[in-house]
Design a binder for this molecule. Sequence first.
Ligand SMILES: [Zn+2]
Length: 281
Amino acid sequence: MLYKVGDIEVWRILEIHEPFLTPEELYPTAGPDVAAIVESYAPGSVCRQSGRMILPIQGFLLKTPYHNILVDSCVGNGKTVPGMPDWHKRSGTRFQSSLKAAGVNFEDIDYVLCTHLHTDHVGWNTQLVDGRWVPTFPNAHYLIPSADEKVHRLGNGDMYLESILPVVEAGQVELVQAGHMLGDHVTLIPTPGHTPGHVSILVGDANCEAVITGDALHSTVQCCYPDWHFKYDSDAEMAVSSRIQLLERVSEAGCIVLGSHFALPSIGRVTREGEAFRWNE
Ligand SMILES: [Zn+2]
């Protein structure tokens, strides 16, 4: 177990921990020293051989007294992602063993909560069985931000066809908006910008005990430089303002922050530092 919020257990479900893209590619507005800055704030997060940032691809499992909730389902196996060779048609076992280590089988998941609809957050929504994509979690309700679903339904690309549509057709999708609550202790909070419907996840009561960032931030260095644009933010300026609001909220509350792509162990707290913020493990 990674952490406990009241009687909710938080488990890391890690699928991939490998170099992704270079800091220069990921943060195009950050200037020529970006790699050195990233390395000084998050030591060891830039791969020495490749110069690429090492990003974990992980979900978080919340085991409440009533439900097993999976927040984000990683890249998945067999998915069509030609633009990302490391994610294309994978056949890994780490995701499944992480769930097993948490004492949970596919059929035990009650809710799958997608912070947004990108390839590395929805992959295990489905698996290939006898040549057909079917929901991996047969008993789960899948909560999906409606603004993202609309964009991808219209786009009708591989990610939608392989990882979303089969779940819609199985009648297991509930389209949700920020503000949606799952029981008394899990709330979707709005952090649009990375995608139109992006949400972060607040775990605990109104005192805000823990937050799962999703892709509102990708590295702890963005606590210090929240205004850096990120390559895959669909509306970069909106993402900056969501990031700053989220950092204000978690620093004022002093709550635990679980950064979906933060360097492992991806857990810490944020404090105010002048105009920006500081990450504390
Ligand atoms: Zn992501």
